[in-house]
Ligand binder design. Structure first.
Ligand code: ZN
Length: 470
């Protein structure tokens, strides 16, 4: 028997592969070579192949699962964590998020991105789509992608594009300081960033026309063209709240997703955050196009936006991935998002069969991989070695009689032991192997304090808001 030497073997865990052909391997081993999964199977199967490793990681009472794919977040918002509680969307934007976004500088944004990416990775997230919209000069965007790569995470910086102020932006009370570039400049800067971080980079750059409601229609189309030309996806907020759909309809005479369809903007490149308020025709058009919706259950609850129509969208053929959205409301822990999404769907349908542990795991992994157009989100030979080892021995996890339910309902990000991304061990025993965690925390604390003062939002920092009703 000839011996094969690989980089890493993880052994001793049950493996939840997310591969429909072979979903669970009891007592499994996973072998990593050159960033990819070289072999996966039971210990006996791997032993029979004569595979040995440079590094062997023995675990017990653990599950190996694909790393989670956070399909929509805004890492820079980390500096505003815990602020804005109890405000409705418009005052939340006006008194908190827009002043923060209009004031943040590159140094502060990068401190936030490092903190957020680190938190995500420590919680078992191996890919992040960071919709970064402040600041958006080419240097900051490329540095943002580099900062994510330093932490070791895969993903995309979806560069926030605003262009010229249009009627929808005025009606949405958007801060005009964000609309600082012309449409031509937006496309040029984004193209420059994509050239630096093209399709296939560990962290790519995508165009992100921020919101269908307040983007110039020609600029929306130019973003899709740019994405197509460079073989990347594009990303936008769409139909998050009822009032933005009403504003859009009153300006354009049709609903947002119908408008996207009529302008040939729905395809498998289209990745839309939220996607809550679609009518039946829109659901069917999104499904036919194979577009991706990113469900952000915690943000949707916090801002009282509504609940995605999960069943109809999936039945129509749409791809529904999962995200954390802005950390100012949600943090980066995808385990929280999984649990929350299951409960929320049960409440929407008043039907406990409307979602399941397996379904939310699919959204967090397999469907995220489909969105990223990469061989990620499932563990099988030849696919990327992006996986996590989750400790299942905690008191809060006992007894894990059905391990997949334990993963989605009892497990926390802090239970993640080891994380492998692109074949590299980026988290070992709950600590980053790539960056100085203490420095990242100290830098983010300083940046947050500076930004709160400069943005003029110190009034939100109070010890206690007496509840109105008590
Ligand atoms: Zn968002």
């Amino acid at each position: 028997m000839s011996e094969q030497l690989v980089d890493i073997i993880v052994s001793g865990a049950d493996i939840v592969t997310m591969d429909p052909a072979n979903p669970v391997i009891k007592g499994g081993e996973i072998c990593v070579l050159d960033g990819k999964i070289f072999a996966i199977g039971t210990s006996a199967e791997i032993a029979a192949k004569g595979i040995t490793a440079k590094q062997r990681i023995e675990v017990s009472q653990s599950i190996v699962m694909p790393g989670m794919i956070d399909g929509h977040t805004h890492l820079f918002q980390n500096l505003g964590k815990t602020l804005g509680d109890g405000l409705a969307l418009l005052p939340w934007l006006a008194r908190f998020m827009l002043p923060l976004a209009a004031t943040i500088n590159e140094k502060e944004a990068l401190a936030a991105i490092r903190l957020g990416a680190l938190h995500g990775v420590l919680c078992g997230t191996t890919s992040i789509v960071d919709n970064h919209y402040a600041p958006v000069d080419s240097r900051t965007i490329i540095d943002a992608a580099n900062a994510m790569e330093e932490v070791g995470v895969r993903g995309a910086v979806a560069r926030g594009i605003f262009g010229p102020m249009v009627e929808g932006g005025i009606r949405m009370n958007c801060d005009e300081r964000l609309f600082k570039y012309s449409a031509a400049e937006e496309i040029e800067i984004t193209a420059e960033c994509i050239a630096e971080k093209p399709s296939g980079s560990l962290v790519e750059v995508w165009p992100a026309p921020e919101n269908v409601v307040y983007l110039d229609p020609d600029l929306m189309m130019a973003c899709d063209e740019l994405a197509q030309k460079h073989n990347v996806s594009w990303h936008a907020h769409c139909s998050e709240s009822q009032f933005e759909v009403e504003i859009f309809q009153s300006i354009y005479g049709k609903r947002p997703a119908k408008w996207l369809h009529d302008n040939n903007l729905l395809s498998d490149r289209t990745t839309l955050a939220h996607g809550i308020w679609f009518d039946e025709e829109e659901v069917s058009l999104l499904g036919q196009a194979g577009a991706t919706l990113i469900h952000n259950p915690i943000s949707n609850q916090f801002l009282a936006s509504g609940i995605i129509k999960l069943g109809p969208l999936m039945e129509a053929g749409a791809n529904v991935a999962l995200g954390t959205d802005g950390v100012a409301v949600a943090g980066q822990d995808m385990f929280e998002a999984m649990k929350s999404s299951q409960m929320l769907q049960h409440m929407r349908e008043l039907d406990p069969e409307s979602s399941s542990a397996e379904l939310v795991l699919c959204m967090a992994t397999r469907n995220g991989g489909r969105m990223m157009k990469k061989k990620i989100g499932q563990l099988k030979e030849g696919w990327a070695a992006d996986f996590v080892v989750v400790d299942m021995s905690g008191v809060h996890q006992q007894p894990p009689t059905r391990p997949v339910c334990c993963l989605t309902q009892s497990t926390r990000g802090s239970d993640v032991q080891h994380v492998v991304i692109d074949g590299q061990l980026v988290v070992e025993n709950g600590r980053s192997t790539k960056v100085d965690q203490d420095k990242i925390i100290a830098d983010a604390l300083q940046a947050s304090s500076d930004l709160i003062d400069r943005a003029g939002i110190r009034e939100l920092v109070v010890d206690w808001f007496e509840p109105k009703k008590h």
